[in-house]
Design a protein around this ligand. Structure first.
Ligand code: CA
Length: 246
């Protein structure tokens, strides 16, 4: 049967983007959180809709830590290592405000520290697949061990497009969501790229979970890190959260 949609009918349908966003979020108690880091493709839609030129784009490039912070000409969210990224790579070289603006545009917000910590380390699914257990708090977002994350060492060997030729340390990020699912079925809460979180003090905002530039210690639940909110670097990205109806 063919359904011919009138304008009214079209207006009543949620956009495919909204449906896709909801499907990619995991409920954790009273909120939901993105299952993966925000991608270049998703950020591109936001940048286009809002005519955004990020701080890194305005300044000629984001930064990486070598022997001190080094600005990398042409390294931006579109070209994280100087060459065009695939749409499924995580969006990096974005500041805290740019990350928060993306989340707001998508009808979401950055997760709070308490939300991010709960989602990363405490299993809230009623019937999670083994080895995860309901209600258990783990030392790593991957579970009892850091295995399966894309970190510098101690995590096994994740599949990445090796960028070590243009880096002084590490191999670079993996495609968002491509590593093993961890606590709450979330990908890359441990490592891959650090994630901006709505918490901090003064101009310093939290980045949690570690990254491909660090080993497993930065993924541990007791580890906290922060950066100046206007930092735009190669290994910091983000994901969004959303309140659930009560
Ligand atoms: Ca991450």
């Amino acid at each position: 049967m063919t359904i011919r949609c009138t304008l009214f009918c079209l207006l009543m349908l949620p956009s495919s983007a909204v449906l896709a966003a909801a499907a990619d979020m995991q409920p954790v108690g009273r909120f939901a959180i993105d299952r993966s880091e925000v991608t270049v493709g998703a950020f591109r839609a936001f940048a286009k809709a809002t005519a955004l030129r990020t701080r890194a784009e305005q300044q000629g490039g984001g930064a990486v830590y070598e022997a001190g912070w080094v600005r990398k000409p042409g390294w931006t969210w579109q070209t994280p290592y100087g060459t065009p990224a695939a749409d499924n790579e995580p969006a990096v070289h974005v500041t805290y405000d740019e990350a928060q603006a993306y989340c707001r545009w998508a009808g979401k917000r950055l997760p709070t520290e308490a939300e991010w910590i709960e989602a990363a380390y405490t299993e809230r699914r009623a019937a999670p697949p083994p080895p995860f257990a309901p209600g258990k708090t783990y030392p790593y977002p991957t579970g009892d061990t850091p295995d399966g994350a894309n970190c510098l060492e101690d995590c096994g060997r994740a599949e990445v497009t090796d960028r070590s030729a243009v880096l002084t340390r590490g191999r670079g990020h993996a495609v968002a969501g491509s590593t093993k699912a961890g606590v709450n079925g979330l990908h890359d809460m441990g490592a891959n790229v650090w994630e901006w979180v709505d918490g901090g003090s003064g101009k310093e905002m939290l980045t949690l979970g570690g990254s491909w530039w660090y080993g497993a210690a930065q993924m541990h639940r007791d580890h906290r890190a922060s950066k100046p909110a206007d930092t735009a670097v190669v290994y910091i990205g983000f994901r969004c959260a959303q309140d659930l109806p009560r």
